[in-house]
Design a protein around this ligand. Structure first.
Ligand code: LRH
Ligand code: MN
Ligand code: MN
Length: 389
């Protein structure tokens, strides 16, 4: 089997449970018919995406959006449907107490509450068998002088160290950064450098999560990927697309060329050589919401977009590229890169699906399955994804 086929056949893309619920902007949440009413139904919908793509065997949870009484039971439900629970996302941004921050809040009572939530998320991981805890903090300040920037870093480090100490031997902490929003003046984890420095201080089980939508315009994300991989600090991606800020549109929709460049750096850095489930695996996750498009097809399309960009990255003739680079052949090296990007990889992916016994056209197969009509008939009163009301 060629390396291209091998990587494409084994690629895992994790789905976010919140992609299946209703979502919107702060102006309007458009309710869609048939959306899940609870975490069990979200997992059932995610299993449909895996059924037609064969590439999305895990679903990330967001706590407390996906709070259930018995997480082991939810994990069994996932298993029955042919998928598994993946990353546990913490949520310390949707409580009145967190107005001035969660783990960086000046009030020690609020910091304790936030840290306790993060520790509870590790308890959930123990029950679901999850490897990764994803931390994103909305913490920051809106006005110069509002709080002490340095003290907030100290509080963050203290909380992270407490949670890190609670991790099991096979568990990791993914620290996600985001430039702004909801904080508008100074975010406490605004960029990869800050996330890198904190994870470095914590130890090898702490790694960085790159959410592609969380950068300033024109940021060279593939450079960040190359740097973090080289330093063994790239743990995961939250894939999505942005035109303006944190738009959470489908991955590969706004800038498929950027996605290709990112995935090439993953390849270059050995990111596809890791075993599934291993502590050094790069987790490819989607972090999206589908405000106006149907959710299950939105996720299927997104998985296919990642597969297409990965296939193109794999088609780069690395030997020819290295030769052109060594000779200082600027245009030749760039041509090697562009040849791969400009290749139509859809026939290759279609035939790989057929070899696996899947329909070569996942979008069409899902549409023909009648599942969309079935959930519209059966489900009334779907839940909201969790935010955006
Ligand atoms: C923050 C974020 C983070 C959250 C998710 C819902 O913008 O990317 O990953 O958990 O959105
Ligand atoms: Mn994210
Ligand atoms: Mn985001």
């Amino acid at each position: 089997m060629s390396r291209v086929t091998e990587v494409l056949n084994s690629q895992h893309i994790e789905l976010p449970s919140w992609a299946f619920g209703n979502s919107g902007t702060r102006f309007k949440v458009f309710a869609q018919a048939g959306v899940p009413r609870d975490p069990y139904e979200k997992i059932a919908d995610a299993a449909q995406v895996h059924k037609y793509t064969g590439a999305a065997p895990t679903v990330a949870l967001h706590i407390p959006w996906d709070k259930v009484d018995d997480y082991a039971d939810l994990a069994r439900h996932a298993k029955d449907l042919g998928v598994a629970i993946g990353t546990i996302n913490s949520n310390v941004f949707q409580d009145d107490d967190y107005m001035l921050g969660s783990v960086t809040n000046p009030d020690p009572r609020v910091r304790r509450k936030a840290t306790d939530h993060l520790l509870e998320c590790v308890d959930v991981m123990d029950q679901t068998g999850s490897r990764d805890l994803k931390l994103w903090f909305s913490d920051g300040i809106n006005y110069p002088g509002q709080d002490d920037i340095r003290a907030r870093q100290d509080r963050l480090a203290t909380a992270l160290a407490e949670v890190y100490a609670r991790l099991g031997d096979d568990q990791r902490m993914l620290l996600e950064y985001k430039l702004f929003e909801p904080a508008f003046y100074a975010t406490d984890v605004p960029d990869w450098g800050t996330a890198y420095a904190h994870t470095l201080a914590l130890g090898e089980k702490a790694v960085v999560c790159v959410d592609t939508g969380h950068h300033a315009p024109s940021t060279n994300i593939e450079f960040i990927v190359a740097f973090l991989l080289r330093a063994n600090k790239l743990g995961a991606f939250d894939f999505n697309s942005r035109f303006y800020a944190d738009d959470d549109l489908m991955v590969g929709a706004a800038d498929p060329f950027q996605l290709f460049r990112i995935l090439f750096e993953v390849l270059r850095g050995g990111g596809f050589d890791r075993e599934h489930g291993a502590l050094d695996e790069i987790a490819f996750m989607l972090d999206q919401c589908h405000n106006i498009e149907p959710k299950i097809p939105g996720q299927i399309r997104s998985v296919m977009n990642v597969q297409e960009a990965t296939a193109k990255a794999l088609l780069v003739d690395r030997e020819a590229l290295a030769a052109a680079q060594a000779e200082g052949d600027v245009l030749g090296a760039n041509a090697v890169f562009m040849d791969a990007y400009n290749t139509d990889v859809r026939p290759l992916l279609a035939s790989l699906r057929e070899e696996k016994g899947l329909d070569p056209d996942p979008m069409g197969a899902y549409k023909r399955s009648g599942y969309a009509e079935k959930i519209v008939a059966e489900r009334v009163g779907g839940t909201q994804a969790g935010w955006g009301a």
